[in-house]
Design a protein around this ligand. Structure first.
Ligand SMILES: Nc1ncnc2c1ncn2[C@@H]1O[C@H](COP(=O)(O)OP(=O)(O)OP(=O)(O)O)[C@@H](O)[C@H]1O
Ligand SMILES: [Mg+2]
Length: 220
């Protein structure tokens, strides 16, 4: 489902080039729930953003499904990302002027599905994350944990090959964190959705099926 080969990455600025990832190789199978664990600055977000196609690595390959997304041009990559890759952000990134249901539907706006079909799919997912009754509210009326549940539903609506999450419980208290992790685990079981979840907390990582550890840009 996801395969990273010989990936390295450096950031360049006017003065210097700083290498942050070194020869990363990893495979994630369909239906796996993998934690990407490491301390601050170890390169977790950089690796996640490279795997999700938000930027291109200095060298290496990233296969999602059967496609090496590194070789796609900007337009094709954006299209591929929209169709096949899901993302959950630490700060939810919901659109404040859209209702909860409209936020969940948003990734499908570029697809060919009819509005009524889109709506039905969004409502099903909102039920799955326990928020059907909030469908017509706006994000600002929801708690942080509820907003993250909306963003989880949104990430699922295109039935992506893989969902990447960068510290999805980083803004939440411990109890809400456990609720969100339980929802992700349930979705992983029910829908066989493949997740790669960044965290710097060992206790969070231990609740995933497998832990991949990054240390100073190297996979342990
Ligand atoms: N756009 C950028 N330009 C230059 N350096 C960057 C850039 N983004 C990240 N870095 C550097 O790359 C290294 C890894 O950063 P990254 O954000 O991937 O770490 P992280 O493991 O996600 O940390 P945290 O747990 O704090 O989120 C850091 O040293 C950071 O300063
Ligand atoms: Mg980070």
């Amino acid at each position: 489902m996801l395969r990273v080969e010989q990936l390295s990455h450096s950031f360049r600025n006017a003065q210097e080039t700083v290498q942050v990832l070194y020869d990363i190789n990893l495979v994630v199978e369909k239906g796996e729930m993998v934690a990407l664990l490491g301390s601050s600055g170890s390169g977790k977000s950089t690796l996640l953003n490279l795997m999700a196609g938000f930027m291109k690595p200095s060298t290496g390959r990233v296969y999602i499904g059967e496609k090496d997304i590194v070789t796609l041009n900007e337009n094709r990559l954006a299209e591929y990302r929209r169709r096949h890759i899901g993302f959950i952000f630490q700060s939810y990134e919901l659109i404040p002027s859209l209702t909860v249901r409209e936020n969940v539907e948003l990734p499908l706006v570029f697809h060919t599905e009819s509005p009524s079909k889109r709506k039905k799919k969004a409502m099903l997912l909102l039920e799955q994350v326990g928020l059907a009754e909030k469908a017509d509210m706006f994000p600002s009326m929801l708690s942080g944990g509820q907003q993250q549940r909306v963003s989880i539903a949104r990430s699922l609506i295109t039935e992506p090959y893989v969902i990447f999450a960068d510290e999805p419980t980083g803004n939440l208290d411990t109890r809400t964190e456990q609720e969100i992790l339980a929802i992700l685990q349930q979705l992983n079981l029910d829908l066989h959705t493949t997740f790669v979840i960044v965290t710097h907390e060992t206790e969070v990582a231990e609740q995933m099926g497998r832990i991949i550890t990054l240390k100073d840009g190297h996979l342990a």
